[in-house]
Design a protein around this ligand. Structure first.
Ligand code: CDP
Ligand code: CDP
Length: 230
């Protein structure tokens, strides 16, 4: 039987988690789970229904009735569905991004999220990326990576991404947004962004995605890489 590998990747915005995790999951032939997309999807629902972010209990009970699915066998083409509707594009809108912290800072909401994420990962293993995977969701993950990159590199990457989708933003704006998100991610009480004690830290500033994956596989047991990839 295949070993159900759990590979946790945490780190700040723009450190390269999503793109590397997708490519790595594809390489290993195991599911890719984007936990940020789940926080984003719930934020979208709260915004659509115009529920004040301070109504935490209402949001928790709404979440319990909400379907969030990550669909598609190919991690590079994964789509995010909210109650059966494809919201992959809507959840990346900058206006929404600014609001995710309201939902992500609430311990009661996080606990429900963590439950779901554990359930998702348990079934077939996963490359799971976010902020608290190695510390909260899978503290016993087979491998824990913590990505870092210089703030200006992260901002440049994010700016390029936004420009590619037709959104013109200055470096100053992106930097400000990233710094604000870093601060809220680091300072929240539960599920704060920090490396797990046993996480392997990788600075991706000067690395391409394939180079990052090479570094990760070099640190893994060859049998793990082969076992899941064959
Ligand atoms: O891709 P990017 O780094 O911009 O963000 P994301 O991974 O899509 O996550 C969006 C937001 O959700 C982050 O700013 C975090 O505040 C929050 N998040 C979280 O609190 N915990 C996670 N496990 C994943 C994301
Ligand atoms: O998920 P996270 O916010 O940590 O970062 P990402 O979405 O994976 O990466 C942000 C952007 O940087 C994407 O457009 C990636 O293609 C790019 N990137 C890069 O140029 N070099 C890397 N080593 C990693 C990501």
């Amino acid at each position: 039987m295949k070993k159900k590998l759990i590979i946790a990747i945490d780190g700040p915005a723009g450190s390269g988690k999503s793109s590397t995790a997708k490519a790595f999951a594809k390489y290993l032939n195991i599911p890719y789970i984007d936990t940020g997309a789940m926080y984003r999807a719930l934020t979208l629902k709260v915004m659509i229904l115009n529920i004040p972010f301070k109504n935490v209990k209402q949001i928790v009970s709404l979440f319990k009735k909400t379907k969030i699915d990550l669909k598609g066998r190919d991690p590079l083409k994964q789509k995010v569905f909210l109650d059966g509707k494809d919201v992959s594009k809507a959840i990346r809108e900058p206006e929404l991004t600014k609001n995710v912290f309201h939902v992500a800072q609430e311990a009661l909401i996080r606990r429900e999220m963590v439950k779901r994420q554990r359930q998702l990962g348990k079934t077939n293993g996963a490359v799971m990326e976010g902020r608290d995977i190695g510390t909260m969701v899978f503290p016993k993950a087979d491998y824990k990576f913590y990505f870092e990159a210089k703030p200006e590199v992260r901002a440049r990457r994010r700016q390029r991404e936004l420009l590619a989708t037709g959104k013109k933003v200055s470096m100053a704006e992106v930097m400000k947004d990233i710094q604000k998100r870093d601060k809220t991610d680091i300072e929240r009480k539960e599920g704060a962004l920090r490396p797990a004690k046993d996480a392997i830290r990788l600075d991706t500033s000067e690395l391409t995605i394939p180079q990052t994956i090479d570094k990760m596989t070099a640190l893994m047991k060859p049998s793990h890489v082969r076992a899941v990839n064959s």
